[in-house]
Design a protein around this ligand. Structure first.
Ligand code: AMP
Length: 217
């Protein structure tokens, strides 16, 4: 199954993708995580990615597509994947169509995570990610990191993402409204879109997500 998670930054796509991949047995493919790895390298490409990410802007489509193409060619993505944070604009959605046509597989479901803007800002300001395993925590809603062991060894090593500052968040929400939101009608017209209420308890959201994935229309 090939699933796209659509939603503003902080809507819980990454957290729910991490939960679902354990259950479904196929990977979460987060272009944000792939780009954060590129960003660390002190190379012209790494610096280009860093500049865009730190400004809350989108990284250019050609760079993102190249990392995505490489990631989807890995053996663990052959049975299916959850795309988290891609596509982010209509050009990327068209490029995804082309890429999947080459691979002779379709997009099966697009899930839209619905969360009001004030809640998004609150969630992003509390977000912390483990440097080692990328698991996402929230100091307000899931402060469980303390004492939990990291699958990569030792305890989780939490950091706040440099693009989670209040100033950058405002920019990222604007980018979402202008460039990503048009994908709601893009996928809606194809009958692939399922909207879920992504507020409230994590387990309740996972339940709604499972139901939405199972729904035929
Ligand atoms: P995320 O982890 O999905 O919130 O993404 C963090 C940042 O990575 C975004 O603000 C963008 O700068 C960049 N990014 C992630 N996915 C994409 C994408 N599909 N296209 C362009 N930029 C992206």
């Amino acid at each position: 199954m090939r699933i796209v998670f659509l939603g503003a930054p902080g809507s819980g796509k990454g957290t729910q993708a991490q939960r679902l991949m354990l259950e479904y047995g196929f990977p979460q493919v987060s272009t944000g995580d792939l780009l954060r790895t590129l960003r660390k390298a002190d190379t012209p490409l790494g610096r280009k990615v860093k500049t865009a990410m730190d400004a809350g802007a989108l990284v250019s489509d050609d760079i993102v597509l190249e990392v995505l193409r490489d990631r989807l060619a890995q053996p663990d993505a052959q049975r299916g994947f959850i795309l988290d944070g891609f596509p982010r604009n209509v050009a990327q959605a068209r490029a995804l169509d082309e890429l999947l046509a080459e691979l002779k597989v379709p997009v099966d479901r697009v899930i839209l995570f619905d969360v009001p803007n004030d809640e998004l800002v609150r969630r992003i300001s509390g977000r912390r990610t483990c440097r080692k395993c990328n698991k996402v925590f929230n100091v307000f809603s899931s402060p469980a990191a303390a004492g939990e062991s990291c699958p990569r060894g030792g305890e989780h090593d939490l950091e706040q993402r440099p693009d989670d500052t209040e100033e950058t968040v405002v920019k990222r929400l604007k980018v979402y409204d202008e460039q990503t939101r048009p994908l709601v009608s893009f996928y809606g017209k194809r009958g692939l879109l399922r909207r879920i209420d992504a507020t409230g308890d994590l387990d309740a959201v996972t339940t709604r997500l499972r139901e939405a994935l199972a729904r035929q229309s």
